[in-house]
Structures are given as C-alpha cells and as structure tokens.
Write a protein that binds this ligand. Sequence first.
Ligand SMILES: Cc1cc2nc3c(=O)[nH]c(=O)nc-3n(C[C@H](O)[C@H](O)[C@H](O)COP(=O)(O)OP(=O)(O)OC[C@H]3O[C@@H](n4cnc5c(N)ncnc54)[C@H](O)[C@@H]3O)c2cc1C
Ligand code: HEM
Length: 383
Amino acid sequence: MTDSTRPAPLDAALDTTAALKANFATVATHGDDVAAYFYAHLFLTHPEVRELFPLAMTEQRDRLLGALIRIVTHVDRLAELAPYLAELGRDHRKFGALAGHYPAVGASLLATLEHFSGARWSAALAAQWSAAYAAVSEAMIRAAADADAREPAWYDGEIVEIDRRTVDLAVLRVRTEQPVPYRAGQSMALQATRLRPRVWRPFTPATRPSGLEFDLHVRAIDGGTLSTALVRAARPGEPVRLGAPYGGLSLDPAAYRPLLMIAGGTGLAPMKAMIEQLIDSGGRPTHLFHGVRTGREAYDQAWLAATAAEHHTWLSVCTATSHDERWAGPHGRIGELAAAQADWAGYDVAVCGSPEMVEATVKALVARGVPDERIVFEEFGKA
Ligand SMILES: Cc1cc2nc3c(=O)[nH]c(=O)nc-3n(C[C@H](O)[C@H](O)[C@H](O)COP(=O)(O)OP(=O)(O)OC[C@H]3O[C@@H](n4cnc5c(N)ncnc54)[C@H](O)[C@@H]3O)c2cc1C
Ligand code: HEM
C-alpha cells in the first residue's frame, strides 16, 4: 500500500509512533538517569505505590520503565498487541497494581519524558504520549477486571520440601492452598514473600498437575536475587506466592507424531512434567536428550533412568555433558548432538534451556530439515 492510499487513522497512528520513538531516542541518551528520575517522581508523587516494587531498585531491577516505553511506542500495533496486553494486565494483579495506579504511572512517564526532552518537548508530543499510554493502559485494566472475575491475582503456598541435589541446584516441592491451574509445560512467576519480598521470577513445574503440590527445579544463578535465596536459604515452610500460569511448551493432545525433547540444565523441568502426562495417557514415542555441563550437574539421573527403564517401549533418554571428559555418555552441545542423532523431520519437537542453547538447537534442527512449525521452545532467560 502506498502512502497516498493509506487510510487516514492508520497514517495518524504511524505518525504518532514515529514521533514517540524519535522522542524516546533523544531521552534514552540520558541512560540510567531516566529510570532514576521516573521512579523518584513516581514514589514522591505517589508514595503508596513504593510498596509494590522490590526493595532494591537497581538498574537491572528496572523492569517496568523500559518495557513500558517499548510497549507504548508500538501503539500503532494495538490490535496485534492485544493478547500480550491482556496477559500483562491479568499478570499485573500479582504486583498489586490497581486501576487507580495507572494514571499515576502515566503522569510520571510524561513528567520524565518532558524533563529529558528539554526544548524538544511540545504540547503535541504530550498529547500523543498520553493517548498512546491511555490506549495501552485501558487494554490492561480491562483484562485485569475480566481476570478478577475468573481467578485469583496470585496463589498462596509454601515450600514443603527442599532437596539440594548439587551446590547450586535444588528441587523444591511447593504446596499451594488451592490448585494452580497450569498445564504440563507451562511456567508461573514465583515470589518468596519472606526471603525476597516483591521479587518475582518465572519457574516451571517439573511435575504434571495433580492436586495441591508440584516440584520446581531451581538453579542458583551467580549473584541472582531470587534463585540463590531459594537454593541456599529457603527452609521448609517458606511462604511463596505464585502468579497465573502461562507459556506454551504444551503438548497437543491430538498430535500423533513421535516426540523429540531437548533440554539444557533445568530446562528438563517442563519435559519431566510432560513425560509424566504422557505416562498417564499411555505414552507416545519420545526421545529425551538432556544436556548438562558436567556429570555433577546431571541432577535427575535416578528418575530419568528409572522412568526410561519402566517405559522403554516408548521412551528413550540420553544425557550428554559439554565440559566433562570423564562422563561415560556422549559429549557435546546438546542441540547439535541431538539433531545429528537421527532424521527428526517427522517429529514434534520441544526445546527448553538458556536462550543460547535454544537458539543453537533450533538452528541445528532446522538445518537438518525439521520444519519450523513443528518446534516449540521455551527460553529460561531473564524474564
Ligand atoms: C519462562 C521461564 C521459565 C523459567 N523456569 C525456570 C526454572 O524452572 N528453573 C530455573 O532455575 N530457572 C527458571 N527460569 C529462570 C528464572 O526465572 C530466573 O531468571 C533465574 O532464576 C535468575 O533469577 P535471579 O533473581 O536469581 O537473578 P537476577 O537477580 O534476576 O539476575 C542476576 C544476574 O543474572 C543474570 N540472569 C538473570 N536470569 C538469568 C538466567 N536465567 N540465566 C543466566 N543469567 C541470568 C542477570 O542478567 C543478572 O546479571 C525461567 C525463566 C523463564 C523466562
Ligand atoms: C501501560 C501501563 C503499563 C505497562 C505497559 C507495564 C508493563 C510492565 C512490564 C512489561 C513489566 C515487566 C514484567 C514482569 O517483570 O513480569 C512490568 C513490571 C512491573 N510493573 Fe508494570 N506496566 C504498566 C503499568 C503499571 C502500573 C500502573 C503499575 C502499578 C504501580 C505497575 C507495576 C509494575 C511492577 C511492580 C512491576 C515489577 C517491577 C520489578 O520487578 O522491578 N505497572 N510492567
């Protein structure tokens, strides 16, 4: 479509986003000062909002402002963004965000932009930012209200068992007061309310849904705020909150194709939940590859070996190390190694691990003829 044939409202939306992006590009040259100003403004003008945010508001803790601006500057794609905004609005309930907080955040956003734009600020820009912010927040507020009618803002629970398998990996059993309605393969945000108040990170149940309990596999990241606390400091009885389940590594129950699962580290968790679900439904030909750096990090060998032996008619398991010459099994990067083992073109494939592992694995599979649309993946990166 040429410029002259574009409908007027679309033209206006594209002009707005171009103006917002250009304005923000100028503001962003001020680096970390922008977030510092935004939060100072927000907490000074609305002190009641401070308690929604984590205690330490370092640069890396700045989850809201960067994301907020990225989203608002895409207001020309509102229809396309609708499912994401609905999810975000529903999910914001766990932070304690209320409809009345949105204007406060919007006002601080505008004050911040005005402050750093200097002479470039104009009434027209202010009106464009306000309209874009209003459109995005309306979508989120509506979704939150819809979700309130259906489900709680979070699920309360506690860690009932802690099985420290290695120095930096623990299997936690969590019990909630009411069942969390997740599907095997989905993730959910977790907050350890006593240990790390208001810090939320996603984790992935390693057991299929059944009643009030599920397991999490947690690896402590060097310097990690929540993961190190969960692995090293959590005690039985540790109170936790869980957000609504989300994510898409779920199995299609109607699919008939054999399955290839490739997991790096704790990326094993969703595969394990899905295998448990397959056991319940009688099995489906499945090959699981689990990659770890060293043999010491192969933290779930007993379960993998026992399950593969019991269900050998449809399940095979292979654990490989990337940095352990003494490992008796295969060596190499798990994605490339698995991709080279067979012709997987007729398989459904699930991949889960670090963003680097997922990228390398998908690339290796596609290079070997696995159609893109048959591969589902989840990245356990920074949320
Ligand atoms: C959908 C999803 C599901 C997840 N499921 C699991 C799971 O089941 N088990 C599990 O152990 N983890 C899982 N994660 C990762 C988890 O959510 C946290 O990112 C991780 O525990 C680190 O949080 P933290 O608070 O300890 O670190 P932070 O304080 O957030 O970060 C500390 C430092 O580590 C870096 N960092 C943050 N996250 C990661 C990461 N994942 N890998 C490497 N460096 C990182 C940061 O950039 C920062 O420099 C999942 C992530 C996603 C997105
Ligand atoms: C249009 C409006 C908004 C958008 C687009 C938006 C977007 C986001 C995004 C994408 C994140 C990161 C997601 C995550 O960590 O799970 C986030 C985090 C957060 N948001 Fe919002 N948000 C908006 C409004 C609000 C409002 C009104 C509040 C309430 C005061 C709020 C409170 C928070 C909090 C507390 C966090 C977590 C911050 C942290 O962990 O450091 N947000 N927001």
